[in-house]
Write a protein of this length. Sequence first.
Length: 221
Amino acid sequence: MSIRIHPSILAADFLRLGEELERIRTADFIHVDVMDNHFVPNLSFGLPVVERLVAGSPLPLDVHLMIENPAQWAPSFAEAGATSVTFHAEASEDPVEVARSIRSAGAQAGLALKPDTDIGDYLEILDEVDLVLVMTVEPGFGGQSFLDRTMPKLRRLREAVNASGLEVRIQVDGGINEDTVAIAAAAGADTFVAGSSVFGAESAAEQIALLRANAAAHSHD
């Protein structure tokens, strides 16, 4: 699968958000972290912000729900126009039901796993999702350091996806920069969320190109 770079607007300058979106128009998607101050100890964007982003963004939206009770809320983000909606396995009693509700509302469904969540419990439902997100930091705050201990899980997931023959994207989120993007690509990721390294760069476009090139150079494809 082609390499995709998804800048996380959690790291953007919110006072200049329209300009910030223009800076990253060479990326593939915009990553939007929705936090509820319950599932994670932070509060960020909600449905109204996502609706405005859908209306004005130059790129499709990849929404990451770090919230409790995704069964109740996930379809609303799909209906609002997000192209992809990812929810956490740890917050869901029935991930298959949530994934199906997202797909039936018109979006791609993603399943996210915290760094210490075992991937083995979810390999049998790969056909129900379009993306699996392996968190490479603890969810809740931007700017954290990349956790190498998640790489064995990433490799196991890549092997399972390859063996299944399914078109499932493997995404990583947390501490992704020009160095760690290569490590994650070598372990099997093809979709990379990067916040600080993109929005903190003097040229976001050059940083996106660098991330894409470094990932491609180490990718399995």
